[in-house]
Design a protein around this ligand. Structure first.
Ligand code: F6R
Length: 608
């Protein structure tokens, strides 16, 4: 998720100032690097957030129109050379892009053979060179841009500018949002309405496969095949703050609702379903070493450590390799037994959690192969590990981790196929997991569509002071994840527990005021879970069950049931955690708490 913003106007405003203000309001979409281009002054780019870009801009930076960008890195480190806007060889064509061009490697190779020189490691840069190439044959910039867009595969929300036509800007959308702002004598393009709202409330949302051209006095929309599109403008009454949150009240809800898109982004270009294989570019360089390792230690903290525990079950069952999970804050103090045949895999959303980083360094000291599943590109853990897989979940603003957790589990499933196929997993098994992974986004959407029901449940139980969360096997870590979500944003006592472990202590707490959330899908542990729920009911404990659609039996036993669609047992945590995230969100909201910024917590824990 990056942020783009473009402006063209005849009102005498300086585009530089308009664009910088717009970028500032978009900073929640990315802060790895920022950049700006106007036909009059050219491009200025900088690593870091908008403040760094502002420092670098010359005092005489001028322009009546321009394009600007905030980067949340996906391909290539967050350096100046990888910052947008990117230019063509002749410096005439410039682009800002949000999304991923999947076939950029083939296109880049073809363009290099045709004599183009690339100056960044990004997928985005192929766009400008491709348009430059088409401009050799096409009659206009617009036609060349269309020809290029018809050649790329992947997702994009883009703004393009051509120096020879300084007051026109082209936008296009495929998978990544684009909104046009229609002002009086000025027009805008942005990733969302936030930067447009101070100027005009009249907007037009582009749909996938649509292209728009804006100039100071108007706009046109057409499809990739050039057919015209007529779309009425919408009047937006959101505040700028609501616009940042996509109209949701909190970032946490917005990020939970992004679940289907996040899974698609984590999977994009990484599955070869017909062969039952996972293609993880970041692990190619260590693929041979991975064949030789005999043990994996996954290091992580908090929510990421619960993803790690699910990963342990996935990898042991399907890739048949011994796996241990170690909490980052413990690993380096316990004199771990690690050698060159061990892989130490760090899981971290921020890539900056100090304890996880130190665990990686400890692994390195002992000669281990170090790997990362990291969301923040170019973060310290991403840089210090030998190889890794990026989540591609986009920035997570809310302190409570939700969408990053889904992407961590998805990346672990991909890693399981990758490693499993090296170690005896059959193509049929690989295909089965790949198929089930591809179905997850629509299944998550089906759960999200029931959010009002979950909100009602949160209201019903909002008086509770304590909560027990239980699950078994793949959903044992999900019990802990459900509990941490509730306690960190609601400040009430919530305990995760393996359902089988309950009678060794925790069950003593159960009475009619102590509800239990029981994660009980129809899987290999179903009968055992039912027995555990009976044990709670026998002590008058209220039970909410998270169960598989169609399971009527459980409704007779539990006080309330949240149904989720069926999937493979190893993937069921990815679905079961979603209602728990929603439940925690609505529970805290019911209490009127600051959901996105819970007390005493920080998004990135860079101290011991
Ligand atoms: C809980 C939460 C934390 C983080 C933990 C690790 O919702 O967000 O428990 O999961 O601090 O953070 P990262 O993944 O950035 O290493």
């Amino acid at each position: 998720m990056c942020g783009i913003f473009a402006y063209t106007g005849n009102k005498g405003k300086e585009a530089g100032g308009v664009l910088l203000d717009g970028l500032l309001s978009l900073e929640y979409r990315g802060y790895d690097s920022a950049g700006i281009f106007t036909p009059e002054s050219g491009s200025v780019r900088s690593p870091g957030a908008v403040a760094e870009l502002r420092k670098k801009m010359p005092k005489d930076f001028a322009g009546k129109s321009g394009i600007a960008h905030l980067r949340w890195a996906t391909h290539g480190e967050p350096t100046e050379k990888n910052a947008h806007p990117h230019g063509s060889c002749d410096g005439e064509i410039w682009v800002v892009h949000n999304g991923i061009i999947e076939n950029f490697k083939e296109l880049k190779a073809k363009l290099e053979r045709a004599g183009h020189t690339f100056s960044s490691d990004t997928d985005t840069e192929v766009l400008t060179h491709l348009i430059e190439e088409h401009l050799k044959h096409e009659k206009s910039f617009e036609k060349a841009a269309l020809a290029a867009l018809n050649e790329v595969r992947g997702t994009y929300g883009i703004a393009l500018q051509y120096k020879k036509e300084p007051d026109r800007i082209i936008a296009a959308r495929m998978g990544s949002p684009i909104v046009l702002g229609l002002g009086d004598g000025e027009h805008f393009i942005a990733s969302d309405p936030t930067p447009i709202l101070p100027h005009t409330r009249k907007v037009v949302f582009l749909e996938d496969g649509e292209v728009a051209v804006i100039s100071p006095d108007g706009h046109r929309i057409f499809k990739l095949d050039s057919t015209k599109v007529k779309r009425d403008a919408t009047d937006i009454d959101w505040s700028a703050e609501a616009a940042q949150k996509g109209g949701y009240e909190h970032f946490m809800l917005k990020e939970i609702m992004e679940g289907p898109e996040v899974i698609e982004n984590t999977l994009r270009g990484r599955l070869i379903p017909e062969k039952g294989l996972a293609k993880l570019g970041g692990l190619e360089t260590v693929a041979k070493q991975l064949e030789k390792i005999d043990r994996i230690i996954i290091v992580a903290c908090g929510t990421a450590s619960y993803a790690a525990q699910v990963g342990e079950y996935m990898l042991e069952e399907h890739a048949r390799i011994p796996v241990e999970v170690e909490i980052g804050s413990e690993f380096r103090y316990k004199k771990p037994v690690v050698n060159e045949r061990t892989a130490v895999l760090a899981i971290s959303q921020s890539g900056e959690t100090l304890d996880t980083l130190e665990a990686v360094r400890e692994g390195k000291r002992h000669g281990a192969l170090t790997l990362g599943i990291v969301n923040a590109v170019g973060s310290t853990i991403a840089r210090e590990t030998d190889a890794g897989v990026y989540n591609h979940a986009g920035p997570e603003v809310s302190v409570a981790s939700t969408k990053a957790f889904l992407s961590q589990l998805t990346a672990l499933a991909l890693f399981t196929i990758f490693l499993g196929r090296q170690r005896g997993m059959t193509a049929a098994q690989g295909k089965e997991i790949a198929r089930a992974l591809k179905e997850l986004p629509k299944k998550i959407q089906a759960i999200l569509d029931t959010k009002e029901e979950i909100q009602k449940l949160a209201k019903k139980y909002a008086h509770a002071r304590d909560f027990l969360y239980i699950g078994r096997k793949y959903n044992y870590p999900i019990a802990y994840e459900g509990a941490i979500k509730l306690k960190e944003i609601s400040y009430i006592h919530a305990e995760g527990c393996g359902a089988g472990e309950m009678k060794h202590g925790p069950i003593a707490m159960i009475d009619e005021n102590f509800p239990t959330m029981a994660i009980a899908p129809k899987d290999s542990m179903y009968e055992k879970m039912i027995s555990n729920i009976h044990e709670i009911k026998a002590r008058k404990g209220p039970v909410i069950a998270v169960a598989t659609e169609g399971d009527k039996e459980i409704a007779k036993l539990a006080d309330d049931v949240i149904y989720v669609p069926e999937t493979l047992e190893m993937l069921s945590p990815i679905l079961n955690v979603v209602p728990l995230q929603l439940f925690a969100y609505y529970f805290a909201k019911e209490k009127g708490l600051n959901v996105d910024r819970p007390r005493n917590l920080a998004k990135s824990v860079t101290v011991e």
